[in-house]
Design a protein around this ligand. Structure first.
Ligand code: NDP
Ligand code: 8X3
Length: 254
């Protein structure tokens, strides 16, 4: 993947960090966006830049892209020429029924999972269309396919991501840009810590008694999809732990 430039949003933990590492290990130049800093091993650092970006802010996204125009990678290519965009930044807050919903939680989920993905894509996609080449991987979720109690707004944002992937595939037909939608089941990351606002006991219980996916398991399929020949599109990938058949059918031993 020499001279390939990848942008991963939500690069500081979980699936995003695993994508950063796997693309770097394959020789790509990688840009990571998140609010927290990201450290990579020194020998990979020459091909990695981190930008502090809150994807909820269209201005912040635009500013970060402007900065990328100013620098070049080791191969002399502007960092702004993104070949692969992984729209991964996202989160869930709480499991309240809709009638007990919290305004700030709803705004955070919609602004990050849905509007954030739109702002980022709006800034990166025109360059791909201009170059007639590019891959976008959107991280949606099984939660966008199956509803569950208290999932309401989170599930809705992920169903929206899936629908955006579908409509982008149509909008981009003939443009040379392909779109891959990835729907993971349970992945052991910081996701549940964030959902339960640091209640570690509750977060740990989510994954107890089963073998969930790891961030690397999902990164494997992201990298696989992004490294197919350009005429091949994996439109939709549902990746589940073997211990999970559906949102509601989980092989929990405790
Ligand atoms: P993590 O909490 O481990 O990672 C989430 C990442 O998103 C972090 O790097 C975080 O960085 C980033 N992020 C959150 N808000 C923002 C923001 N406003 N601006 C920029 N970055 C942001 O969770 P996962 O790795 O599990 O989640 C990654 C994606 O996978 C999410 O979209 C999630 O919905 C999806 N997913 C997760 C599943 C799971 O079971 N874990 C299953 C299906 C889908 P920082 O806080 O530093 O900004
Ligand atoms: C995250 C998976 O089932 O916790 O998208 O909503 S779930």
């Amino acid at each position: 993947m020499n001279a390939t430039t990848v942008l991963v949003t939500g690069a500081s933990s979980g699936i995003g960090l695993a994508c950063v590492m796997q693309f770097l290990q394959r020789g790509a130049n990688v840009i990571g966006w998140s609010r927290r800093p990201v450290e990579v091993p020194e020998h990979l650092g020459g091909r990695f830049i981190h930008q502090h970006v809150d994807v909820r802010s269209h201005d912040a996204v635009k500013h970060a892209v402007e900065q990328l125009h100013r620098g070049t990678s080791a191969q002399g290519r502007p960092w702004s020429e993104i070949d692969i965009l992984v729209n991964n930044a996202g989160l869930s807050r709480g499991l309240n029924p809709l009638h007990e919903g919290v305004d700030e939680d709803w705004e955070e989920m919609i602004d990050t999972n849905l509007k954030g993905l739109l702002w980022v894509t709006r800034e990166i996609l025109p360059g791909m269309v201009e170059r007639h080449r590019g891959t976008i991987v959107n991280i949606a979720s099984v939660a966008g396919i199956e509803a569950y109690r208290g999932g309401n707004v989170y599930c809705a944002t992920k169903a929206a991501v899936k629908m955006l992937s579908d409509t982008m595939q149509i909008d981009l037909l003939g443009s040379g840009v392909r779109v891959c939608n990835v729907d993971p089941g349970m992945v052991h990351t910081e996701f549940s810590q964030v959902r339960y606002r640091g209640d570690m006991e509750r977060a740990v219980r989510v994954y107890q008694g089963l073998t969930p996916l790891s961030g690397d398991d999902v990164a494997d399929v992201v990298v696989f999809a992004a490294t197919r020949p350009q005429h091949v599109t994996l439109q939709d990938i549902l990746i589940m732990p073997t211990d999970q058949a559906t949102i509601h059918h989980v092989n929990k031993k405790v």
